[in-house]
Design a protein around this ligand. Structure first.
Ligand SMILES: Nc1ncnc2c1ncn2[C@@H]1O[C@H](COP(=O)(O)OP(=O)(O)O)[C@@H](O)[C@H]1O
Ligand SMILES: [Mg+2]
Length: 332
């Protein structure tokens, strides 16, 4: 439904987007995740035809955005970072105007506007001036104008930025409802956003794609070994050597100490489940087992390890180029 091939965008000497390629399947929600300045907005502006690319190719809804821009644009809805509202126009009038310029047939406009206002839950503010709306409502009116002509593709630039937690949950829900009948790319610099909403994630940093995968796979792929979090009441004794003797355990590190209770991070060989043996060792030693749980790498950790220049805990003595680790794990 969307195919981006070797796309680059330079602003003078600044390379904002540097040779990126990815695909989005029909009905999918793709998360475009990266820190501020990564090139998300630039990519979206290129895909929606607002700015030309410097190099590369992109197909949106079956049309080449550079060779058939009108056809591609007709099938695309775009929510920019700041929704393009007219402050002195009422919500209804604004949507009427958008419906006209997007070519919604005159006889269908009223009904279409009503449907979209219900869907985005703005039917209670139809008469209000756009300039007087709260941030949450402005964002929803922005979403309403993006879906008004029922486009195949939706491109949403940080749709939940600046919203309060309740509005964020509502907006996520709305986006999920829109998937299926629409193919969606949404950008965010907030990590939980992609695991909550998206089936696949493209992580970009400094204009380059550093990983493409599902949120779950990214987590699993970047986990070098399994780590357990174990909290023990060993009555003052040091449990670490006993834990270290459990078969399969490769490392035990003290994480926290509070009165009698000590927490450890226990690494084990990949694919080896040491939980039963850890529990047995602790209980057989007469200690209290207070907690035992796997520590999964959070998307936050993944993001950091993919997008910071230093490779965390390098396997070699720092000779490896910093880019090597992300590049290896970044194939689509
Ligand atoms: N109109 C512009 N002129 C020059 N540089 C720009 C322009 N727009 C964006 N940039 C630069 O391009 C890079 C990517 O920006 P942007 O696409 O807005 O990133 P993001 O949306 O991921 O925060 C940044 O370094 C930014 O400063
Ligand atoms: Mg941006």
């Amino acid at each position: 439904m969307i195919e981006v091939q070797h796309l680059s965008k330079r602003y003078g000497r600044v390379t904002a987007v540097d040779d990126i390629s990815f695909k989005v399947e029909r009905g999918e929600i793709l998360g475009f995740l990266g820190p501020n300045g990564a090139g998300k907005t630039t990519t979206m502006r290129v895909l929606t035809g607002y700015i030309p690319a410097t190099e590369g190719k992109a197909i949106v809804a079956g049309f080449d955005i550079f060779e058939q821009p009108i056809e591609a644009k007709r099938r695309t809805g775009y929510l920019p970072e700041t929704p393009p509202l007219y402050p002195d126009t009422s919500v209804i009038d604004y949507l009427g105007f958008v419906a006209r310029i997007k070519g919604v047939p005159a006889g269908e406009r009223r009904q279409r506007i009503r449907q979209v206002m219900e869907r985005t839950r703005i039917d209670d503010v139809g008469g209000r001036l756009c300039g007087k709306l709260s941030k949450g409502y402005r964002q929803r009116v922005g979403l309403a104008q993006a879906i008004l002509h029922n486009p195949d593709v939706l491109i949403l630039d940080e749709p939940t930025a600046g919203l309060d937690p309740k509005q964020i949950i509502e907006t996520r829900q709305l986006i999920k409802e829109l998937a299926g009948s629409h193919t969606i790319i949404l950008s965010t610099h907030i990590l939980p956003e992609v695991s909550q909403t998206c089936q696949r994630v493209v992580i970009i940093n400094k204009g380059k794609v550093v990983a493409v995968d599902t949120p779950d796979n990214l987590t699993a792929r970047l986990r070098g070994s399994e780590t357990m979090y174990v909290q023990v009441d060993a009555n003052g004794a040091d449990a670490s050597s006993a834990l270290g003797r459990v078969p399969g355990v490769t490392r035990v590190a003290e994480a926290e100490r509070k009165d009698h209770c000590v927490s450890y991070e226990v690494d084990s060989e990949r694919g080896r489940d040491v939980r039963r043996d850890l529990a047995r060792t602790i209980v057989n030693s007469g200690w209290g087992l207070l907690e035992l749980r796997p520590m999964r790498m959070s998307l936050e950790d993944i993001f950091l390890s993919l997008t910071t220049d230093e490779t965390p805990a390098p396997a070699t003595d720092g000779d490896a180029p910093a880019e090597a680790a992300p590049a290896e794990s970044a194939e689509s």
